[in-house]
Design a protein around this ligand. Structure first.
Ligand code: SF4
Length: 432
């Protein structure tokens, strides 16, 4: 989007390689979609010889701005590092930000920040004073420091029909040579822990024939690998038509990758198309083997659906199936952990020929979700160990996520500006 503007020279900066930077960049932006990336962010500022804190930057330094899901969900732990934070979908915000900045380009830094803070969705943390009930207590007030800026900065929502697609396709990308197309944004299921759903509501779906297929055809001119991206891609109302597009002989050489799909959308048709298009595995999020817990989290899924999905995947010719699970869910008791172990073992017996993997995280309360005020359950650590012992011995590939990092994620998901000093101190240690 930034490169598409004729009034801007843009250089891309990655953590490992980057284009040569302009000699005196005026703006430096970060897309921040994973909490623990703060270490990379601070390291990059240091590598560029920039002060880490916005309060230490002067007219000689670029304005440092950021956006993305982490900053939109809770900018506060990182607020002191940014001059400007863009809250919400980038589509509307980036243009408003750059156009406003053009208008005050020659003004002093204070005027620039004050002008930017008046644009909907642009948050200038230094223009808000945070007071606490006690030095270690809850936030008492957050007050704007100038009468012209809003007391509350609202997240901006993009309402257009075109979602994102790759602009860089390269063998050096984390997903090698894949052209990614965003098929849906948000998810209508609204599981009570899920940031991907609540933070980006409403559920948006571009038209398949008018928008998605032309976008995919553009990608096919540079690569034969296509990735369909989104929190729940198979919930696109015209997903069948998209599958028909890929099932044509013209797409015989296409390698298709698909993000996690909703369990009851794993049909034989989907599985066989993926198998024909060189995908060996499909991923579904079951969260737990306990139907009671799934009701607590509002996951509308029954064990029968999971058994059916596994049968369909196998019949369609897939070789492996991956499940996402979670421990430490609010209301969880030991019997629920046993229910997950039992379900996985039954699935293994149902389809011994399918390689089964269970990736398991610990519940982390995220801001803006209904479960935001609930804590991390310390018993989760033991539950992960128990599952590991019982599942690996049955030939099920169990991949737990680190419990300790989940605790840190929870701290970042709900923490405030007082954390910034801790982040600075620990940035060299943050490599999960
Ligand atoms: S189905 Fe998946 S993406 Fe949708 S709300 Fe539930 S956890 Fe989130």
């Amino acid at each position: 989007m930034l490169c598409a503007r004729s009034d801007l020279q843009v250089s891309r900066l990655f953590t490992d390689v980057h284009e040569p930077l302009p000699r005196k960049p005026e703006l430096l932006g970060f897309s921040f979609s994973w909490e623990l990336d703060y270490a990379n962010l601070l390291q990059m500022l240091a590598d560029l010889d920039l002060p880490l804190r916005s309060s230490q930057r002067t007219a000689a330094h670029p304005l440092v701005f950021g956006g993305g899901s982490v900053l939109t969900a809770n900018p506060e732990p990182f607020a002191d590092f940014f001059d400007v934070i863009l809250l919400g979908d980038g589509e509307g915000l980036l243009d408003a930000f750059i156009t406003t900045m053009q208008g005050v380009r020659s003004a002093n830094r204070a005027t620039q920040l004050l002008t930017l803070a008046q644009i909907p969705g642009l948050y200038v943390p230094s223009l808000y004073e945070v007071r606490y009930q006690t030095p270690v207590g809850a936030i008492a007030t957050i007050q704007p420091l100038h009468p012209d800026i809003p007391a509350q900065v609202n997240i901006q929502t993009y309402r257009g029909n075109t979602l994102s697609a790759s602009t860089v396709v390269t063998p050096k990308a984390a997903w090698e040579n894949i052209y990614m197309v965003e098929v849906v944004r948000s998810c209508p299921e609204m599981c009570r822990f899920c940031l991907a759903s609540y933070l980006t509501l409403p559920f948006r779906t571009p038209d398949v024939n008018q928008t998605l297929i032309p976008q995919i055809e553009k990608g096919l001119t540079v690569t034969h690998r296509i990735g369909l991206l989104g929190a729940s891609v198979t919930q696109h109302p015209e997903f069948e038509e998209l599958l028909d597009f890929f099932a044509r002989p013209a797409c015989d050489q296409v390698r298709l990758s698909i993000a996690s799909v909703r369990t009851n959308t794993v049909t034989v048709k989907l599985a066989s198309l993926l198998a024909q298009r060189e995908t060996r595995s499909i991923t579904i999020a079951i969260e737990s083997g306990s139907e009671r817990l799934r009701q607590i989290i509002n996951k509308k899924l029954e064990n029968d659906h999971i058994h059916q999905a596994v049968a369909n995947a196998y019949q369609g010719g897939l070789k492996a199936m991956k499940f996402y699970g979670m421990v430490g869910i609010p209301g969880e008791v030991e019997a629920d952990i046993e229910a997950t172990i039992d379900l996985m073992q039954r699935l293994k017996r149902q389809v011994p020929g399918l390689r089964l993997t269970l990736g398991c995280s610990t519940f982390v309360p995220k801001a803006h979700t209904p479960f935001q005020w609930l804590g991390v359950n310390p018993r989760a650590k033991q539950s992960l160990k128990l599952m590991q012992r019982r599942l690996r011995s049955q030939g099920i590939d169990f991949r737990p996520e680190s419990y300790n990092w989940s605790v840190i994620q929870a701290l970042l998901a709900r923490g405030d500006r007082r954390l910034s000093y801790l982040l600075e101190l620990t940035r060299h240690l943050a490599s999960p």
